[in-house]
Design a protein around this ligand. Structure first.
Ligand code: UTP
Length: 456
C-alpha cells in the first residue's frame, strides 16, 4: 500500500469513514487512483457537521409576519406600460440574462435523461428547453440583442444536456450566448453518517441543491462571464415550469424600478394545504417557509378581506442583481437534509437498491438567500398564465396537467385575438413562442395563418 493510501486511510479512520477503502485492495490500479482522488476531495469534518444537522429540531416559525406584494393586476395601464418599457430598456442594453437550474435529479418524474429534454406532449413535440429557448429568442429579436443564457447542469446530466443542445443546433441560439456549467455535488450519508459508495471505486455524490448555484457559477467562471457582459439582472427559474415567461420584461421593469437586490414572482395559493412554500417576513426579513413547516393555525388564517394571511406561494421565479450574487457567492447558507432511498454498494461490493429511505441527501435552497437583504420586490401574478410545474409522473403537477395548462392559455389568447370558440372546440392548440411570448402579436393575419397551418 502506498503512502497516499496510508494518509487517506488515517484521515478517513479518524472520522469513522474507513469503510470507503474496504474494497480498495480488490481494485485495479486505475480504480485505486480514481477512488483516492475522490477521497482527497472530501472534507470529513464538514461531513460530520452536516450529519449533526440532521438531528436538529425542525424549522421554527417564530417571528413570522405576512409580507406585502405588488399585484400585477392592480397596475394601471400606464404603470404597466412604464414598467414594461423599463424592462425592455434593460433588455435592449444587454443588462438581463437568464439562468435555468437544471441540475436536479427529477426523481419524482422518474424520466431517463435531463428534465429539460422532456417532451410534455404538445402537438409540436417541443421539449421544455426548446420552449424556453424560443421565448428567449422572441425577446432577443425584439430587443435587438441576444440574452445570455446560463444553464446549470449536474455532473450526472451535463454531457447529455450539452449533446442535446448541440444536436438541436441550440434551437437557433448563438452557441456563444449559452454557458453550461456543472453544479457542485457532495456525498450522501447513511443513517449513521457513513459516506456511501456508488461503485467500488466511486464515492456516491449527489447535487448540492439549487441554492449552491452562485457558488457553482463562481467556480465555473459563469459569474465572471456575467460580469464581463455587463449583466445587471439575472432571471432565475426552474427547468420544469412549462409556462415560464423567461426574462419577462414587466418583471425586469418592476425589479429595476424598486431596485432591491432580489425580486420574486408569487401566486396566491390555490388552497391552504397546497404544497408550496410561502413568502413572508421572518424577524422582519424576507423569507420562505416551506409547507411542512407552516403550523396549521397559520396555514388557515385569513385577513379581513378573506385572503390567506400566508398565501403568497413561492414559484421559484426570481431576479437577482449581479452585485448581490457577487457579494454572496461564498456566503454559507444552510443545508437542508432529506431522507431518501439512495442506491449504494455494500461493504462486500454488492449493489443495493433500498425500498425505503436509507440515507440523507443535503441540499441548499435558493430562497435561503432572501433574508440576506432587508427588502425584496414581490410581484403577484396569475398562476394560470405563468406556472405549470412538472414534478410527478401522474396526477398533480404532472406532464398531463402542464400540457392542459399550456393549451388552455393558448386557447384564451386565441379567443382574445378573435378566434371563434367553435373552431377551437375539442382541438389541441399550439402557439409557437417564436410567434407570441405572452399572447401579443396575434393579428387577424397571424391568427388565420396559425389556424390554417394547424387545422387544414
Ligand atoms: P426540485 O426540488 O423540484 O427537484 O428542483 P428535482 O430534482 O427537479 O425533482 P425531485 O425532487 O428529484 O423529484 C427544483 C429545481 O431546482 C433544480 C431542479 O433541476 C429544478 O429545476 N435543482 C434541484 C438543481 O438544479 N440542483 C439541485 O441540486 C436540485
Amino acid at each position: 500500500m502506498d503512502k497516499r493510501y496510508d494518509e487517506l486511510y488515517k484521515k478517513a479512520q479518524a472520522c469513522g469513514q474507513e469503510h470507503i477503502l474496504r474494497l480498495y485492495p480488490s481494485l485495479s490500479e486505475a480504480s485505486k487512483s480514481k477512488l483516492l482522488d475522490q477521497i482527497e476531495q472530501l472534507d470529513f469534518a464538514a461531513l460530520r457537521e452536516l450529519f449533526h444537522h440532521t438531528k436538529q429540531p425542525s424549522v421554527s416559525t417564530d417571528g413570522i409576519s405576512p409580507m406585502e406584494a405588488y399585484d400585477s393586476e392592480d397596475y394601471s395601464e400606464e404603470e404597466r406600460k412604464q414598467l414594461t418599457e423599463t424592462g425592455w430598456d434593460r433588455l435592449r442594453q444587454g443588462k438581463v440574462a437568464a439562468l435555468v437550474v437544471a441540475g436536479g435529479q427529477g426523481s419524482r418524474l422518474g424520466n431517463e435523461g435531463p428534465k429539460g429534454t422532456y417532451n410534455i406532449g404538445l402537438p409540436s413535440g417541443k421539449s421544455l428547453f426548446q420552449l424556453q429557448a424560443e421565448r428567449l429568442l422572441n425577446l432577443s429579436r425584439r430587443a435587438g440583442r441576444s440574452i445570455p443564457w446560463y444553464i446549470m447542469t449536474s455532473p450526472e446530466n451535463h454531457q447529455e444536456t450539452v449533446r442535446y443542445f448541440q444536436a438541436s443546433l441550440y434551437f437557433g441560439y448563438a452557441p456563444d450566448d449559452i454557458f453550461f456549467f456543472r453544479q457542485n455535488v457532495l456525498p450522501a450519508l447513511d443513517s449513521v453518517g457513513r459516506v456511501l459508495l456508488s461503485a467500488k471505486d466511486e464515492i456516491g455524490l449527489t447535487p448540492s441543491g439549487n441554492g449552491d448555484v452562485f457558488a457553482s457559477m463562481k467556480r465555473s467562471g459563469a459569474l465572471d462571464d456575467l460580469k464581463r457582459r455587463g449583466v445587471e439582472w439575472l432571471f432565475y427559474y426552474n427547468v420544469d415550469n412549462a409556462l415560464i415567461r423567461v426574462a419577462d420584461p414587466l418583471f425586469v421593469g418592476a425589479a429595476a424600478h424598486h431596485n432591491h437586490p432580489i425580486a420574486t414572482k408569487v401566486a396566491e395559493k390555490a388552497y391552504p394545504e397546497e404544497k408550496v412554500g410561502i413568502l413572508c417576513l421572518k424577524d422582519g426579513r424576507p423569507a420562505v417557509v416551506e409547507y411542512m413547516d407552516l403550523p396549521k393555525e397559520l396555514m388557515y388564517e385569513t385577513d379581513s378581506s378573506g385572503h390567506l394571511t400566508y398565501g403568497l406561494g413561492n414559484l421559484s421565479i426570481h431576479l437577482f442583481r449581479t452585485d448581490f450574487i457577487e457579494r454572496h457567492a461564498d456566503t454559507n447558507i444552510p443545508y437542508h437534509a432529506a431522507h431518501k432511498a439512495v442506491k449504494y454498494i455494500d461493504d462486500q461490493g454488492h449493489p443495493v437498491q433500498p425500498a425505503s429511505p436509507n440515507a440523507f441527501k443535503f441540499e441548499k435552497f435558493i430562497f435561503d438567500f432572501f433574508p440576506l437583504d432587508e427588502r425584496m420586490t414581490v410581484l403577484k401574478i396569475r398562476r394560470e398564465e405563468e406556472f405549470a410545474p412538472i414534478k410527478n409522473k401522474e396526477g398533480k403537477d404532472s406532464p398531463a396537467t402542464a400540457r392542459r395548462l399550456v393549451q388552455d392559455l393558448y386557447k384564451r389568447w386565441l379567443l382574445e385575438a378573435g378566434a371563434a370558440p367553435s373552431v377551437l372546440e375539442g382541438r389541441d392548440i399550439e402557439i409557437s413562442p417564436l410567434v407570441s411570448y405572452a399572447g401579443e402579436g396575434l393579428t387577424p393575419e397571424v391568427l388565420k395563418a396559425l389556424l390554417d397551418a394547424q387545422f387544414n
